[in-house]
Design a protein around this ligand. Structure first.
Ligand SMILES: Cc1cc2nc3c(=O)[nH]c(=O)nc-3n(C[C@H](O)[C@H](O)[C@H](O)COP(=O)(O)O)c2cc1C
Length: 171
């Protein structure tokens, strides 16, 4: 898919077919995340890739909006060391957002859909994923082939109007 098509086709998908995401596809998506920019090239992320069905089911309980993780073909958990101060906490959110967008677009390029999930229960996330003390799992990215319809560029996305969002030269 062309980059412009992938940008327009990506959407949150929360129901997936049984078709697996291959190791090569996962590695492409993860490599996209690894290449994402970050503040001072900090690269604060670790990506824990889960494909085991039981683990996916357990991971789906870490937040009430994470149910779709259970049926995903794979889920990437974004894990990072707990930030030392508020400034780093803000940068961490920005940087993880960039890595997420890169991975989701790399997935869309392959026809693989994705769905964000936040994480509330850090204790359960830590138990399932096994990351060390002083780290947290900030988000989950569920991946799989869409059960509803293939990813195609969306003509009229559910977004604020271009004119409301964009300010040329001055507000
Ligand atoms: C920071 C962030 C957290 C999100 N958390 C969840 C979540 O916990 N569960 C969920 O189903 N969707 C979650 N989403 C998905 C958004 O609801 C979705 O991106 C938004 O409604 C726009 O829809 P679209 O991605 O299909 O364009 C999250 C998105 C972002 C950027």
């Amino acid at each position: 898919m062309e980059t412009w098509d992938a940008i327009r086709a990506r959407r949150n998908v929360r129901q997936y077919t049984d078709q697996p995401v291959t190791r090569a596809e996962l590695e492409r998506i993860l490599e996209a995340g690894r290449r994402a920019p970050s503040s001072t090239n900090w690269q604060p992320w670790h990506f824990v890739v889960v494909t085991d069905r039981q683990q996916l089911g357990e991971l789906a309980t870490v937040w009430r909006g994470a149910g779709h993780v259970a049926a995903s073909a794979a889920t990437i958990a974004l894990v990072a060391a707990d930030p030392e101060d508020d400034a780093h906490a803000r940068l961490l959110q920005y940087d993880l957002g960039q890595a997420t967008a890169y991975m989701m677009l790399a997935g869309a390029d392959l026809g693989i859909s994705s769905g964000h999930a936040a994480v509330s229960d850090q204790g359960e996330a830590k138990r399932v994923l096994g990351f060390p003390e002083g780290y947290s799992c900030l988000y989950l990215i569920a991946l799989g082939h869409p059960a509803d319809r293939p990813l195609r560029p969306i003509e009229h996305p559910d977004r604020r109007r271009f004119e409301d969002v964009v300010h040329w030269d001055r507000w």
